[in-house]
Write a protein that binds this ligand. Structure first.
Ligand code: ADP
Ligand code: MG
Length: 588
């Protein structure tokens, strides 16, 4: 007997399961399916994205439908058109050996008459977005007065998108004695309200965070002084040259202000908040989807609909008031099987909020330090070297080559390389050289988590990165397994496009360097060196801090800026570099 058979599924479904190549039920399936098959009960199931919730309600629903009747017996509400189509498609796969079962999708933005026609032909199961469903009920194009089962899928997301009233309306058109199955990744107040109001003593199941989508997100926090939020944000962006991120602020005003400053400082940024017109918001979102915007600064409300998959970083410029909101924010990254990083900029007085979030998400935060100026310079330098290496040569250059050769005559290769990288490097160097340490000393949690105290740590450079298919988790595994280190021995892994950094304790250095001496993967040298900058910002030089602070206080205030302007310097290492691509005002 297979594990799926043990759950009580019938032959036609087991055959479909085998066709789909599912070998073992997922945890939520294992818990939900027997309950839903055996009892007529309401159910609240909490499980993260990617845990197989569709089948957890889909299998029992299909098994329980009366295939002899054409009446609509099951209604599934889901937040978006994409999810609606996805669920419909999955259910059609599940019921492939049940030819008489019809599943119809109802969603906005497509012909309502065509959808009505499909319903009329007889749909035992309707999968709908709340808006279109309400619309069709109003026009009497669908009858849900006899349903036996109502599924609220991604309930938190639906409520987050403002569908509470619609859902209430829709449910008021359904019979009282139906069973309601609610599936959600999180349980915010609104969801428990729905459960209280519309469900009768529901059974509850919760699936642990392991194997869940959430573990692909690394949570990090950075403690800074209240006035250093903005310079800290810039450094986080500068250490991640390929960042594609959403930066969350608490108010519309801050959102606008931070975006404007970033644009002024030469970053590809845009603002998304409720004071913009629909048209402006569409423009920003389109530019973001096309990655013309690397940093989308947004309010929580405005960011609700963001359906972009490859977001590398979520940056909490300020923490939200509600912990639930943090879950929604960080869930914008680490989607579609990718890993992501959720960064939080906090002041010391907000540290207790980090503890509260950790408890809620059942995952620890990494205490990290804002990179020092020199670390940023190093990263930018490697990034530049790789960019040069990967640049496709423009054949047009050939025409000018004789003249260029004349100009560069007498410079040997080494000197030429130094000059080329200095073109960009010097800009960062001048900006960050002597810049202050932004980290606010914290007593008990000053050290990075998951590793030894950072003062004994060594930071390494390794010449593989995202391009080679690594993310922070897989690179950590790779180094650990290759060298034969323990679970927590490799930490502060920072994966860039074509290179990365990581830390270990000093004791492991010899072993690391020996292992990676002449080390090849797939015929390619994988090279590890000790990084020039200190342990990823891991060292706190308490004694120097105050001095540095006084000296460099002007870096990010107006006086400092105008001084730099006088000298012909820019207010940011990026000024002039990215500015040409997107000018201020494009999105306002
Ligand atoms: P959720 O709704 O929880 O986000 P889905 O139901 O969309 O998750 O499932 C995520 C992916 O996992 C889908 O591609 C689905 O086909 C696959 N899947 C679901 N259950 C299993 C299983 N038991 N074995 C293997 N893959 C599964
Ligand atoms: Mg789902």
């Amino acid at each position: 007997m297979t594990k799926f058979e043990a759950l009580g599924l019938q032959k036609s479904l087991l055959d479909a399961v085998a066709d789909m190549g599912f070998e073992n039920p997922s945890e939520v399936q294992e818990k939900a399916i027997p309950i839903l098959l055996e009892d007529e009960t309401d159910l609240v199931a909490l499980a993260q994205t990617g845990t197989g919730k569709t089948a957890a309600f889909g299998f029992p629903l299909i098994q329980k439908i009366d295939r002899e009747s054409r009446t609509t017996q099951g209604l599934i509400l889901s937040p978006t058109r994409e999810l609606c189509l996805q669920i419909t498609n999955e259910l059609q796969h599940y019921s492939k050996y049940e030819k008489s079962i019809n599943v119809v999708a109802i969603y906005g933005g497509a012909s309502i008459t065509e959808q009505a026609r499909q319903i009329k032909r007889g749909a035992q199961i309707v999968v709908a977005t709340p808006g279109r469903m309400k619309d069709m009920i109003g026009r009497r194009l669908v009858d849900i007065s006899k349903i036996d089962y109502c599924v609220l899928d991604e309930a938190d997301e639906m409520l987050n998108m403002g569908f509470f009233e619609d859902i209430k309306d829709i449910l008021s058109n359904t019979p009282d004695e139906k069973s309601t199955w609610l599936f959600s990744a999180t349980m915010p107040k609104e969801v428990s309200l729905i459960a209280k109001k519309f469900m009768h003593s529901p059974q509850e199941i919760t699936v642990g965070a392991k194997n869940s989508g959430a573990t692909t997100v690394q949570h990090e926090y950075y403690v800074v002084g209240g006035r250093d939020r903005y310079p800290a944000l810039k450094r986080l962006a500068d250490t991640n040259p390929d960042i594609f991120s959403v930066v969350f602020c608490r108010t519309k005003r801050d959102t606008q202000k931070v975006a404007e400053k970033l644009i002024e400082d030469g970053y590809n940024a845009g603002a998304l908040h409720g004071d913009l017109s629909q048209n402006q918001r569409d423009l920003v979102m389109n530019a973001f989807r096309k990655k013309q915007i690397q940093m989308l600064v947004a309010t929580d409300v405005a960011a609700r609909g963001i359906d972009v998959d490859d977001i590398t970083h979520v940056i909490n410029y300020q923490l939200p008031d509600e912990i639930e909101t943090y879950t929604h924010r960080s869930g914008r990254t680490g989607r579609a099987g990718k890993s992501g990083i959720s960064m939080v900029i906090v002041t010391r007085s907000e540290l207790r909020k980090i503890k509260a979030i950790e408890k809620k998400i059942k995952q620890d935060f990494l205490a990290r330090n804002i990179p020092t100026g020199m670390e940023i310079c190093e990263i930018q330098l490697y990034h530049l070297a790789n960019k040069i290496k990967d640049t496709k040569i423009n054949p047009e250059v050939d025409n000018y080559l004789p003249a260029i050769n004349d100009v560069l005559e007498g410079i040997d290769r080494e000197e030429l390389i130094k000059k080329i990288v200095s073109v960009e490097f010097t800009r960062f160097y001048n900006y960050y050289n002597k810049s202050k340490d932004l980290n606010s000393a914290t007593s008990d949690r000053g050290n990075e988590r998951g590793g030894a105290p950072s003062n004994g740590a060594v930071r390494y450079f390794i010449n593989v990165g995202e391009k080679d298919g690594y993310d922070w988790m897989s690179l950590k595994d790779f180094v650990r397994d290759t060298v034969g280190l323990g679970k927590e021995d490799v930490f502060k892994v920072d994966v860039k496009d074509s290179f990365s950094f990581f830390n270990t304790d000093a004791e492991a250095t010899e072993q690391i360097l020996a292992t990676f001496k002449d080390f090849k993967v797939d015929g390619r040298f994988v090279n590890v060196e000790i990084s020039k900058s200190p342990g990823g910002g891991g060292r706190r030089r308490g004694g120097f801090k105050d001095k540095g602070k006084r000296k460099d206080r002007s870096w990010d205030n107006d006086r400092g800026r105008s001084k730099r302007r006088e000298k012909g310097n820019s207010s940011s290492p990026n000024s002039g570099k990215r500015r040409s691509k997107k000018r201020k005002g494009d999105f306002f």
